[in-house]
Ligand binder design. Sequence first.
Ligand code: IFM
Length: 464
Amino acid sequence: MTISPAPHRLSTKIQFPSSFQWGVATSSYQIEGAVAEDGRTPSIWDTFCRKPGAVHDGDNGDVACDHYHRMPQDVQLIKSLGVDSYRFSVAWPRVQPGGRGPANPAGLAFYDRLVDELLTNGIDPWVTLYHWDLPQELEDAGGWPNRDTAYRFADYAMMVFDKLADRVDTFTTLNEPWCSAWLGYEVGVHAPGRREHDNAIRAVHHLLLGHGLAVQRMRAAETTAHRFGITLNMGTSDPATDSQADREAARRADGMGTRIYLDPLRYGRYPDDIVADLAARGTAFPVQDGDLEIISTPFDVLGVNFYFGQDFSGVDEQGRTEDDNGHPVVRSILPDTARTAMDWPITPERFTQLLVRLHRDYPGLPMVVTENGAAFDDAMSTGGSVDDDDRTAYLADHIAAVAAARAEGADIRGYFAWSLMDNFEWAYGYAKRFGIVHVDYETQTRTPKRSALWYRDAIAHYKA
Ligand code: IFM
Protein backbone atom coordinates (compact mmCIF):
# COMPACT_ATOMS: atom_id res chain seq x y z
CA MET A 1 0.00 0.00 0.00
CA THR A 2 1.39 3.40 -0.94
CA ILE A 3 0.14 6.47 0.83
CA SER A 4 1.23 9.88 -0.39
CA PRO A 5 1.58 12.78 1.96
CA ALA A 6 -0.88 15.61 1.69
CA PRO A 7 0.64 17.76 -1.06
CA HIS A 8 0.03 21.17 0.45
CA ARG A 9 1.33 23.65 2.94
CA LEU A 10 5.08 23.15 2.88
CA SER A 11 5.87 26.82 3.05
CA THR A 12 9.08 28.07 1.54
CA LYS A 13 8.74 31.23 3.61
CA ILE A 14 9.11 29.47 6.95
CA GLN A 15 12.55 28.69 8.29
CA PHE A 16 13.88 26.88 11.30
CA PRO A 17 17.53 26.51 12.31
CA SER A 18 19.14 23.13 11.80
CA SER A 19 19.41 22.81 15.60
CA PHE A 20 15.60 23.02 15.95
CA GLN A 21 14.39 19.83 17.65
CA TRP A 22 11.56 17.99 15.85
CA GLY A 23 9.77 15.23 17.66
CA VAL A 24 6.71 13.21 18.51
CA ALA A 25 5.26 12.65 21.98
CA THR A 26 3.32 10.06 23.98
CA SER A 27 2.74 9.21 27.65
CA SER A 28 2.99 6.00 29.63
CA TYR A 29 -0.61 5.29 30.65
CA GLN A 30 -1.94 6.34 27.26
CA ILE A 31 0.07 3.78 25.27
CA GLU A 32 1.86 1.17 27.38
CA GLY A 33 -0.80 -1.29 28.58
CA ALA A 34 0.74 -4.13 30.65
CA VAL A 35 -0.65 -2.54 33.77
CA ALA A 36 -0.03 -5.54 36.02
CA GLU A 37 3.25 -6.78 34.57
CA ASP A 38 6.75 -6.89 36.01
CA GLY A 39 5.70 -5.52 39.36
CA ARG A 40 3.69 -2.45 38.28
CA THR A 41 0.97 -1.55 40.78
CA PRO A 42 -2.21 0.48 40.05
CA SER A 43 -2.12 4.19 39.41
CA ILE A 44 -4.97 6.61 40.07
CA TRP A 45 -5.99 6.18 36.43
CA ASP A 46 -6.37 2.40 36.79
CA THR A 47 -8.71 3.11 39.68
CA PHE A 48 -10.57 5.98 38.01
CA CYS A 49 -11.25 3.90 34.88
CA ARG A 50 -13.13 1.40 37.07
CA LYS A 51 -15.46 4.10 38.38
CA PRO A 52 -18.81 3.76 36.57
CA GLY A 53 -19.37 6.63 34.15
CA ALA A 54 -15.92 8.18 34.65
CA VAL A 55 -14.45 7.21 31.28
CA HIS A 56 -16.21 6.99 27.92
CA ASP A 57 -17.50 3.46 27.27
CA GLY A 58 -15.78 2.21 30.42
CA ASP A 59 -12.47 2.20 28.53
CA ASN A 60 -9.17 1.76 30.38
CA GLY A 61 -5.43 1.57 29.78
CA ASP A 62 -5.05 -2.15 30.47
CA VAL A 63 -3.85 -2.82 26.93
CA ALA A 64 -3.91 0.61 25.26
CA CYS A 65 -1.47 0.44 22.32
CA ASP A 66 0.37 -2.52 23.86
CA HIS A 67 3.52 -0.44 23.54
CA TYR A 68 5.12 -2.26 26.48
CA HIS A 69 5.33 -5.38 24.29
CA ARG A 70 5.81 -3.63 20.94
CA MET A 71 8.39 -1.06 21.89
CA PRO A 72 11.14 -2.01 19.37
CA GLN A 73 8.69 -1.87 16.45
CA ASP A 74 7.34 1.43 17.71
CA VAL A 75 10.86 2.84 17.80
CA GLN A 76 11.22 1.83 14.14
CA LEU A 77 7.97 3.68 13.46
CA ILE A 78 9.34 6.79 15.15
CA LYS A 79 12.54 6.46 13.15
CA SER A 80 10.57 6.26 9.90
CA LEU A 81 9.24 9.76 10.58
CA GLY A 82 12.71 11.28 10.56
CA VAL A 83 12.28 13.03 13.91
CA ASP A 84 15.18 14.07 16.12
CA SER A 85 13.52 13.24 19.43
CA TYR A 86 10.90 11.17 21.16
CA ARG A 87 9.15 12.49 24.27
CA PHE A 88 7.75 9.76 26.50
CA SER A 89 6.81 9.55 30.15
CA VAL A 90 7.87 7.10 32.82
CA ALA A 91 5.18 5.30 34.82
CA TRP A 92 5.84 5.94 38.49
CA PRO A 93 4.03 2.76 39.67
CA ARG A 94 6.18 0.71 37.32
CA VAL A 95 9.44 2.11 38.66
CA GLN A 96 8.45 2.39 42.32
CA PRO A 97 5.39 0.24 42.99
CA GLY A 98 3.15 1.90 45.54
CA GLY A 99 5.15 5.12 45.35
CA ARG A 100 7.39 4.29 48.34
CA GLY A 101 10.36 2.09 49.04
CA PRO A 102 12.99 0.74 46.68
CA ALA A 103 13.04 0.93 42.90
CA ASN A 104 11.64 -1.97 40.93
CA PRO A 105 14.47 -3.19 38.67
CA ALA A 106 12.07 -4.80 36.18
CA GLY A 107 10.13 -1.57 35.77
CA LEU A 108 13.26 0.51 35.28
CA ALA A 109 14.57 -2.04 32.82
CA PHE A 110 11.79 -1.24 30.37
CA TYR A 111 12.84 2.41 30.14
CA ASP A 112 16.48 1.39 30.06
CA ARG A 113 15.75 -0.73 26.97
CA LEU A 114 13.63 2.02 25.42
CA VAL A 115 16.42 4.59 25.81
CA ASP A 116 18.98 2.21 24.31
CA GLU A 117 16.67 1.39 21.43
CA LEU A 118 16.11 5.08 20.71
CA LEU A 119 19.80 5.93 20.85
CA THR A 120 20.72 2.99 18.63
CA ASN A 121 18.30 4.41 16.08
CA GLY A 122 19.62 7.96 16.33
CA ILE A 123 16.64 9.34 18.28
CA ASP A 124 17.15 11.60 21.27
CA PRO A 125 15.09 10.52 24.31
CA TRP A 126 13.15 13.26 26.16
CA VAL A 127 11.90 12.01 29.53
CA THR A 128 8.78 13.28 31.30
CA LEU A 129 8.82 12.02 34.88
CA TYR A 130 5.13 12.47 35.67
CA HIS A 131 2.26 12.37 33.19
CA TRP A 132 -0.57 11.79 35.67
CA ASP A 133 -0.12 8.16 36.74
CA LEU A 134 0.25 8.70 40.50
CA PRO A 135 0.60 5.42 42.43
CA GLN A 136 -2.81 4.69 43.98
CA GLU A 137 -1.26 4.17 47.42
CA LEU A 138 -0.10 7.79 47.43
CA GLU A 139 -3.59 8.96 46.55
CA ASP A 140 -4.89 6.81 49.42
CA ALA A 141 -2.50 8.74 51.66
CA GLY A 142 -3.96 12.06 50.45
CA GLY A 143 -2.62 12.46 46.92
CA TRP A 144 -1.18 15.77 45.72
CA PRO A 145 -3.02 17.77 48.42
CA ASN A 146 -0.74 15.95 50.86
CA ARG A 147 2.65 17.67 51.19
CA ASP A 148 4.47 14.35 51.55
CA THR A 149 3.65 13.47 47.92
CA ALA A 150 6.09 16.17 46.77
CA TYR A 151 8.92 14.43 48.67
CA ARG A 152 7.86 11.04 47.38
CA PHE A 153 7.99 12.45 43.84
CA ALA A 154 11.55 13.73 44.30
CA ASP A 155 12.65 10.28 45.56
CA TYR A 156 11.07 8.61 42.55
CA ALA A 157 12.60 11.18 40.16
CA MET A 158 16.03 10.26 41.49
CA MET A 159 15.42 6.57 40.76
CA VAL A 160 14.76 7.38 37.12
CA PHE A 161 17.59 9.91 36.96
CA ASP A 162 20.13 7.50 38.48
CA LYS A 163 19.23 4.89 35.89
CA LEU A 164 18.99 7.02 32.75
CA ALA A 165 21.08 10.17 33.28
CA ASP A 166 24.12 8.66 31.58
CA ARG A 167 22.17 8.55 28.28
CA VAL A 168 19.30 11.03 28.58
CA ASP A 169 19.91 14.78 28.30
CA THR A 170 16.47 16.19 29.02
CA PHE A 171 14.33 15.45 32.07
CA THR A 172 11.07 17.32 32.54
CA THR A 173 9.33 16.88 35.84
CA LEU A 174 5.57 17.33 35.42
CA ASN A 175 3.29 17.31 32.43
CA GLU A 176 0.49 19.87 32.75
CA PRO A 177 0.12 20.31 36.53
CA TRP A 178 -3.01 22.39 35.77
CA CYS A 179 -4.70 19.16 34.62
CA SER A 180 -3.51 17.21 37.66
CA ALA A 181 -4.73 19.87 40.09
CA TRP A 182 -7.74 21.40 38.36
CA LEU A 183 -9.23 18.49 36.42
CA GLY A 184 -8.26 15.94 39.07
CA TYR A 185 -9.10 17.74 42.34
CA GLU A 186 -11.37 20.70 41.46
CA VAL A 187 -13.57 19.57 38.57
CA GLY A 188 -13.17 15.84 39.10
CA VAL A 189 -13.24 14.80 35.44
CA HIS A 190 -9.75 13.32 35.66
CA ALA A 191 -8.31 10.90 38.22
CA PRO A 192 -8.66 10.86 41.15
CA GLY A 193 -12.05 12.48 40.46
CA ARG A 194 -12.30 14.72 43.54
CA ARG A 195 -14.19 18.01 43.63
CA GLU A 196 -12.53 19.84 46.51
CA HIS A 197 -11.51 23.43 45.93
CA ASP A 198 -9.12 23.77 48.87
CA ASN A 199 -7.42 20.54 47.97
CA ALA A 200 -7.03 21.60 44.35
CA ILE A 201 -5.10 24.65 45.57
CA ARG A 202 -3.02 22.47 47.88
CA ALA A 203 -2.34 20.17 44.92
CA VAL A 204 -1.04 23.09 42.82
CA HIS A 205 1.47 24.00 45.51
CA HIS A 206 2.66 20.46 46.16
CA LEU A 207 3.04 19.70 42.46
CA LEU A 208 5.25 22.78 42.12
CA LEU A 209 7.15 21.85 45.27
CA GLY A 210 7.71 18.34 43.91
CA HIS A 211 9.05 19.85 40.70
CA GLY A 212 11.49 22.09 42.59
CA LEU A 213 12.68 19.34 44.92
CA ALA A 214 13.24 16.98 42.00
CA VAL A 215 15.19 19.56 39.98
CA GLN A 216 17.37 20.39 42.98
CA ARG A 217 18.17 16.75 43.66
CA MET A 218 18.84 15.84 40.04
CA ARG A 219 21.01 18.92 39.56
CA ALA A 220 23.01 18.09 42.69
CA ALA A 221 23.56 14.52 41.52
CA GLU A 222 24.56 15.16 37.91
CA THR A 223 28.13 14.63 36.84
CA THR A 224 27.54 15.99 33.31
CA ALA A 225 25.19 18.80 32.33
CA HIS A 226 21.53 18.00 31.73
CA ARG A 227 18.54 20.03 30.65
CA PHE A 228 15.79 20.16 33.29
CA GLY A 229 12.32 21.57 32.80
CA ILE A 230 8.60 21.37 33.28
CA THR A 231 5.72 21.28 30.81
CA LEU A 232 2.68 23.52 31.20
CA ASN A 233 -0.48 23.54 29.11
CA MET A 234 -1.50 27.06 28.28
CA GLY A 235 -3.83 28.92 26.00
CA THR A 236 -4.82 32.54 25.69
CA SER A 237 -7.36 34.22 27.94
CA ASP A 238 -8.68 37.34 26.27
CA PRO A 239 -11.74 39.19 27.54
CA ALA A 240 -14.76 38.45 25.34
CA THR A 241 -15.62 42.17 25.33
CA ASP A 242 -14.03 45.24 26.81
CA SER A 243 -16.48 45.25 29.71
CA GLN A 244 -15.10 45.37 33.25
CA ALA A 245 -16.74 42.01 34.04
CA ASP A 246 -15.13 40.30 31.04
CA ARG A 247 -11.73 41.80 31.72
CA GLU A 248 -11.99 40.61 35.32
CA ALA A 249 -12.93 37.09 34.18
CA ALA A 250 -9.98 37.01 31.76
CA ARG A 251 -7.65 38.11 34.57
CA ARG A 252 -8.88 35.29 36.79
CA ALA A 253 -8.62 32.70 34.02
CA ASP A 254 -5.10 33.75 33.10
CA GLY A 255 -4.11 33.84 36.76
CA MET A 256 -5.40 30.36 37.52
CA GLY A 257 -4.27 28.86 34.20
CA THR A 258 -0.84 30.36 33.65
CA ARG A 259 0.42 32.81 36.26
CA ILE A 260 -0.04 30.62 39.36
CA TYR A 261 2.43 28.23 37.76
CA LEU A 262 4.90 30.48 36.01
CA ASP A 263 5.14 33.27 38.59
CA PRO A 264 6.32 30.99 41.41
CA LEU A 265 8.50 28.96 39.03
CA ARG A 266 10.23 32.02 37.60
CA TYR A 267 9.83 34.72 40.22
CA GLY A 268 9.37 32.81 43.47
CA ARG A 269 5.96 34.29 44.33
CA TYR A 270 2.31 33.60 43.68
CA PRO A 271 0.48 36.44 41.91
CA ASP A 272 -0.98 38.93 44.41
CA ASP A 273 -4.32 39.22 42.63
CA ILE A 274 -4.91 35.47 42.73
CA VAL A 275 -3.76 35.20 46.34
CA ALA A 276 -6.37 37.88 47.12
CA ASP A 277 -9.07 36.06 45.10
CA LEU A 278 -8.35 32.84 46.99
CA ALA A 279 -8.33 34.62 50.35
CA ALA A 280 -11.76 36.07 49.55
CA ARG A 281 -12.87 32.47 49.21
CA GLY A 282 -11.14 31.38 52.41
CA THR A 283 -8.35 29.49 50.64
CA ALA A 284 -4.58 29.88 50.48
CA PHE A 285 -1.58 28.12 48.98
CA PRO A 286 -0.08 26.07 51.83
CA VAL A 287 3.32 27.75 51.60
CA GLN A 288 5.93 26.89 54.22
CA ASP A 289 9.22 28.67 54.81
CA GLY A 290 11.63 28.05 51.97
CA ASP A 291 9.06 26.53 49.58
CA LEU A 292 9.13 29.36 47.08
CA GLU A 293 12.94 29.25 46.92
CA ILE A 294 12.69 25.55 46.11
CA ILE A 295 9.94 26.07 43.54
CA SER A 296 11.89 28.84 41.79
CA THR A 297 15.05 26.74 41.45
CA PRO A 298 16.40 27.73 38.02
CA PHE A 299 15.61 25.34 35.21
CA ASP A 300 16.59 25.16 31.56
CA VAL A 301 13.56 24.65 29.38
CA LEU A 302 9.84 25.39 29.53
CA GLY A 303 7.70 22.83 27.74
CA VAL A 304 4.64 24.46 26.21
CA ASN A 305 1.58 22.40 25.33
CA PHE A 306 -0.91 24.31 23.18
CA TYR A 307 -4.22 23.17 21.73
CA PHE A 308 -6.42 26.29 21.51
CA GLY A 309 -6.97 29.79 22.78
CA GLN A 310 -10.20 31.13 24.20
CA ASP A 311 -11.94 34.24 25.50
CA PHE A 312 -13.61 34.75 28.86
CA SER A 313 -16.73 36.46 30.02
CA GLY A 314 -17.69 37.46 33.55
CA VAL A 315 -21.37 37.12 32.75
CA ASP A 316 -23.20 33.81 32.47
CA GLU A 317 -25.92 32.90 30.01
CA GLN A 318 -28.57 34.19 32.42
CA GLY A 319 -26.81 37.55 32.66
CA ARG A 320 -25.51 36.91 36.20
CA THR A 321 -22.00 37.85 37.37
CA GLU A 322 -22.03 35.37 40.28
CA ASP A 323 -22.84 31.68 40.23
CA ASP A 324 -25.17 29.80 42.63
CA ASN A 325 -22.38 29.66 45.23
CA GLY A 326 -21.70 33.38 45.05
CA HIS A 327 -18.43 32.93 43.15
CA PRO A 328 -17.57 35.29 40.27
CA VAL A 329 -18.50 33.89 36.85
CA VAL A 330 -15.55 32.94 34.65
CA ARG A 331 -17.18 31.64 31.47
CA SER A 332 -15.17 30.33 28.54
CA ILE A 333 -16.24 31.69 25.15
CA LEU A 334 -14.77 29.69 22.30
CA PRO A 335 -13.68 31.69 19.26
CA ASP A 336 -15.99 31.32 16.29
CA THR A 337 -13.75 29.16 14.11
CA ALA A 338 -13.60 25.59 12.80
CA ARG A 339 -13.42 22.96 15.58
CA THR A 340 -11.59 19.67 16.08
CA ALA A 341 -13.31 16.43 17.17
CA MET A 342 -12.79 17.60 20.78
CA ASP A 343 -14.92 20.64 19.87
CA TRP A 344 -11.82 22.73 20.44
CA PRO A 345 -11.50 25.81 18.21
CA ILE A 346 -8.62 25.92 15.75
CA THR A 347 -6.71 29.07 16.65
CA PRO A 348 -3.10 29.06 15.35
CA GLU A 349 -2.83 32.84 15.59
CA ARG A 350 -3.40 32.53 19.33
CA PHE A 351 -0.49 30.11 19.50
CA THR A 352 1.78 32.86 18.23
CA GLN A 353 0.16 35.24 20.71
CA LEU A 354 0.82 32.86 23.62
CA LEU A 355 4.45 32.20 22.69
CA VAL A 356 5.22 35.89 22.25
CA ARG A 357 3.52 36.68 25.57
CA LEU A 358 5.55 33.99 27.38
CA HIS A 359 8.72 35.43 25.87
CA ARG A 360 7.69 38.92 27.03
CA ASP A 361 6.48 38.08 30.56
CA TYR A 362 8.96 35.32 31.40
CA PRO A 363 12.09 36.28 29.43
CA GLY A 364 15.30 34.32 29.35
CA LEU A 365 13.66 30.90 29.38
CA PRO A 366 14.08 28.76 26.27
CA MET A 367 10.85 27.07 25.20
CA VAL A 368 10.08 23.82 23.42
CA VAL A 369 6.58 22.99 22.20
CA THR A 370 6.20 19.64 23.92
CA GLU A 371 2.67 18.98 22.61
CA ASN A 372 0.52 20.31 19.81
CA GLY A 373 -1.95 18.43 17.67
CA ALA A 374 -5.59 17.64 17.11
CA ALA A 375 -8.20 14.91 17.25
CA PHE A 376 -10.36 14.45 14.18
CA ASP A 377 -12.89 11.79 13.22
CA ASP A 378 -10.50 9.86 11.02
CA ALA A 379 -11.78 7.27 8.57
CA MET A 380 -9.70 4.57 6.98
CA SER A 381 -10.27 4.38 3.23
CA THR A 382 -10.97 1.08 1.49
CA GLY A 383 -7.41 1.33 0.18
CA GLY A 384 -6.13 1.39 3.76
CA SER A 385 -5.11 5.04 4.01
CA VAL A 386 -6.17 7.67 6.50
CA ASP A 387 -6.44 10.89 4.53
CA ASP A 388 -6.47 13.28 7.45
CA ASP A 389 -5.85 16.51 5.61
CA ASP A 390 -7.61 18.36 8.44
CA ARG A 391 -4.86 17.25 10.84
CA THR A 392 -2.15 18.11 8.32
CA ALA A 393 -3.63 21.60 7.99
CA TYR A 394 -3.73 21.93 11.79
CA LEU A 395 -0.07 20.91 12.13
CA ALA A 396 1.05 23.09 9.22
CA ASP A 397 -0.74 26.16 10.54
CA HIS A 398 0.57 25.66 14.08
CA ILE A 399 4.15 25.08 12.92
CA ALA A 400 3.81 28.31 10.94
CA ALA A 401 2.56 29.96 14.14
CA VAL A 402 5.73 28.82 15.93
CA ALA A 403 7.83 30.28 13.14
CA ALA A 404 5.91 33.55 13.42
CA ALA A 405 6.59 33.70 17.17
CA ARG A 406 10.26 33.00 16.57
CA ALA A 407 10.31 35.84 14.07
CA GLU A 408 9.01 38.08 16.85
CA GLY A 409 11.90 37.03 19.07
CA ALA A 410 10.44 34.16 21.09
CA ASP A 411 13.15 31.61 21.93
CA ILE A 412 11.46 28.38 20.80
CA ARG A 413 13.84 25.51 20.23
CA GLY A 414 11.69 22.56 19.28
CA TYR A 415 8.29 21.18 18.37
CA PHE A 416 6.76 17.80 19.30
CA ALA A 417 3.59 16.65 17.59
CA TRP A 418 0.94 15.17 19.86
CA SER A 419 0.70 12.36 19.36
CA LEU A 420 2.88 9.73 17.76
CA MET A 421 -0.11 7.41 17.61
CA ASP A 422 -3.78 7.18 18.56
CA ASN A 423 -4.06 6.31 22.23
CA PHE A 424 -6.12 6.38 25.43
CA GLU A 425 -7.46 9.93 25.57
CA TRP A 426 -8.23 9.99 29.32
CA ALA A 427 -11.93 10.55 30.07
CA TYR A 428 -12.68 10.20 26.33
CA GLY A 429 -11.21 6.69 26.29
CA TYR A 430 -10.41 5.53 22.76
CA ALA A 431 -13.12 7.67 21.16
CA LYS A 432 -10.78 10.52 20.25
CA ARG A 433 -7.80 9.99 17.98
CA PHE A 434 -4.88 12.41 18.25
CA GLY A 435 -2.30 10.22 16.51
CA ILE A 436 -0.46 10.98 13.31
CA VAL A 437 -0.28 7.18 13.16
CA HIS A 438 -3.55 5.26 13.20
CA VAL A 439 -3.90 2.36 15.65
CA ASP A 440 -6.33 -0.47 15.04
CA TYR A 441 -6.99 -1.49 18.64
CA GLU A 442 -8.26 -4.96 17.61
CA THR A 443 -5.10 -5.96 15.80
CA GLN A 444 -2.66 -3.32 17.12
CA THR A 445 -1.76 -2.50 13.51
CA ARG A 446 -0.11 0.89 13.15
CA THR A 447 -0.75 2.84 9.91
CA PRO A 448 0.88 6.22 9.34
CA LYS A 449 -1.81 8.72 8.40
CA ARG A 450 -1.22 11.24 5.61
CA SER A 451 -0.40 13.78 8.33
CA ALA A 452 2.50 11.58 9.50
CA LEU A 453 3.93 11.49 6.01
CA TRP A 454 3.45 15.21 5.67
CA TYR A 455 5.20 15.76 9.02
CA ARG A 456 8.09 13.54 7.90
CA ASP A 457 8.44 15.55 4.69
CA ALA A 458 8.03 18.86 6.53
CA ILE A 459 10.87 17.99 8.92
CA ALA A 460 13.11 17.03 6.01
CA HIS A 461 12.13 20.24 4.21
CA TYR A 462 12.75 22.54 7.17
CA LYS A 463 16.03 20.84 8.00
CA ALA A 464 17.34 21.15 4.44
O1 IFM B 1 -3.76 13.46 25.44
C1 IFM B 1 -3.51 14.63 26.15
C2 IFM B 1 -2.15 14.56 26.82
O2 IFM B 1 -2.06 13.47 27.67
C3 IFM B 1 -1.91 15.80 27.64
N1 IFM B 1 -2.11 16.97 26.85
C4 IFM B 1 -3.33 17.07 26.08
C5 IFM B 1 -3.52 15.84 25.25
C6 IFM B 1 -4.83 15.95 24.43
O3 IFM B 1 -5.93 16.08 25.27
